[in-house]
Design a protein around this ligand. Sequence first.
Ligand code: FAD
Ligand code: DLZ
Ligand code: SF4
Length: 522
Amino acid sequence: MTAPVLIPVLGDQLSPDLASLRDVDRDEAVVLMMEVWEEATYVRHHQQKIALIFSAMRHFAAELEEAGWRVEYTRLDDPDNAGSFTGEVARAVERHEPAEIRIVEPGEWRVEGAILEWADKFPCPVVILEDDRYIASRAEFAEWAEGKRQLRMEFFYREMRRKTGLLMEEGQPAGGRWNYDAENREPLTSALLVPPRPLFEPDAITRDVLKLVAERFGDHFGELEPFRWPVTRTEAEIAAEAFLEQRLAAFGPYQDAMLEGQDQLYHSLLSTSLNLGLLDPLDLCRRAETLWREGRAPLNSVEGFIRQIIGWREYIRGFYWHEMPRLAEANALDARRPLPEFYWTGETDMACLADCVRSTASNAHAHHIQRLMVLGNFALIAGIDPREVEDWYLVVYADAYEWVELPNVAAMILYADGGRLASKPYAASGAYIDRMSDYCGTCRYSPKVKTGEGACPFNPLYWHFMVRNREHLQANPRIGRAYSTWDRMTEARQRDYLESAEAVLATLEPASPGWARAADDA
Ligand code: FAD
Ligand code: DLZ
Ligand code: SF4
C-alpha cells in the first residue's frame, strides 16, 4: 500500500455512509477506532452508557471489516493504549505515515478543540468534514440565527419542514397547521395496553464488554444489567419498526404523560440509536410520514414525532455550536445551590423524583417529560448550580453527549442562557405533575397542600423561584402574569410560602463529591 488515508471514526459516528468513508478507496485506507480512557472517564458515565458505546463500536468495526475495510481497533485494555484520541492517532500516524487524516467533525466542542490541534502536531494534512447526518449544517443554523435576538425552535422547525418537504403539501403544512401540540397533552391512566418494545439479549461481543465495564467502571452510577439496548443497525432497525408500527399512533396524545414504574409508555426509545448513528433521522421521519399518508397513524402523532427530530433535535444541535463556549459557563439566574444527593441515590420522599431517579439508574433513560418537568423543574426552582446539573445529565443518560445534553439542561430547563433558547422557564408547581401523572397518589406530600407540613415541595419552591428571580422574569409576558397573583396574596400567605420553601431547601443534602467526576477533578 502507498501512504494510506487514516480515517478515525469516533464512538458516535457509527454510520456506514459517514462522510469520511465516502469516496475513499478501501484498499488505500485505514479506519481507526479507539476505546480510550479519557472519553470513558471525563465524566463518570452511567455503566450502561459505556457498555452501549463500546459494544456498538465493536459491532460497527466488525461490520466495516466485513465490508472490506481495514480497521484498526484499540480496546480499552490494550497494553499500548495511549488513553486519548490524540494519543491513539499519534500512534497510528507513526505506524502508517498516512498521506492524510480524514475525520468527520465531532459532536463535542471539547473533542473538536483537540482535533483542531492535529494539523500542527502531525506531518500530514488533516481534513475535517461536515457531519451531514444532520439535516441542518452548523453553517446553515448560524445563517438562520444571524441577527436574531431570540432563537425559537418553532420557526427553525418550519424551515426544516420546508427543506425536507416532510408533511408539506403544495408549500403548506399538511392539515393546515404546523403544530398539533394542543391535541397532545392527555394524561394516561394505565400502561396495560402499551405494546412493549423489543429487548435485545447481549451477544458474545456485548457480554465481553459488560465484563470489562463491570471490572473497570463498576463503581460508576447506575445498574449495568439487565442491558437490553440495541447495539447494531439491525437491532436498531427492529426497535424502530416496532415503534412505528405499534406505538407511533399514540405517541402524540401521551407524550407528556407519566406513570409510576412505567419507563417506556408511547416513547420511541430511539435516541441512543440516533445519537450513535445506527439510525438515520431523516429516514425515520419519512417512514413516520408514510404511515400517516397511508392512514395508519394520525397527523397529530406523526407531526409531534417529526417535530422532536427535525425540530428539537436539529435546533438543539445548531444552538449548541452557535452558543459555545459561553453556553457551558452560562448562569443567568445566578443559581448556586449544590445538587442534592437524592439525584444519585433516589432517596427522597418525593414520589415523582424517586421514580425518575429509579428509572434513570436502572435503564440509563428517563422520558422527556420526566427529564423536563420533574428532574429539571426541581433543579430550576430549587436554584441548583447549572454546572452540577449539567454533569448529572451528562453522566446518567445513555443518549447523553454534550451537544444535546448541554442546551437541554442549561437553556431549556435552567434558563441559564437568559432566554436565548426558550421563551420562558419551565417552572411549575405540583399541580402540573399531578395532572400529568399518577405520582402524587402514592406520595407522602399532597399537591393540594400549598405550604407547611404535608405540602408538595414543588408548591412553595415555585413561588420562591418566582420571587427570587422577579427582576429577570417580570417583563416576560409568558410568565410575568404570575406576579399579579403573588401581589394579590396577603403578606402572611406570601411569608408562609417563602418560609415553607426555605424549610424544604434546608433539608436538601448536597451530593457527596465524586459521583460525576473523579474526586480530584470535581
Ligand atoms: P421520544 O420521546 O420518542 O422522541 C423522539 C426523538 O426526538 C428522540 O429520540 C430524540 O432524538 C428527539 N428529541 C426529542 N426531544 C428532544 C430534545 N429536547 N433534544 C434533542 N432531541 C430530542 N436527548 C438526548 O438524545 N440526549 C440527551 O442527553 C438529552 N438530554 C436531555 C436533558 C433534558 C433536561 C431534557 C429536557 C431533554 C433531554 N433530551 C436528551 C431530549 C429527550 O428527553 C430525549 O431525547 C428523549 O427522552 C429520548 O427518549 P426517546 O427516544 O424515547 O424520545
Ligand atoms: C461517550 C464515549 C465514551 C464513554 N467512550 C468513547 C470511546 O472510548 N471512544 C470513542 O470513540 N468515543 C467514546 N465516547 C463518545 C465520544 O465521547 C464522542 O465521540 C465524543 O463525544 C465526540 O462527540
Ligand atoms: Fe411530586 Fe409533589 Fe406529587 Fe409528591 S405531591 S409526587 S412531590 S408533585
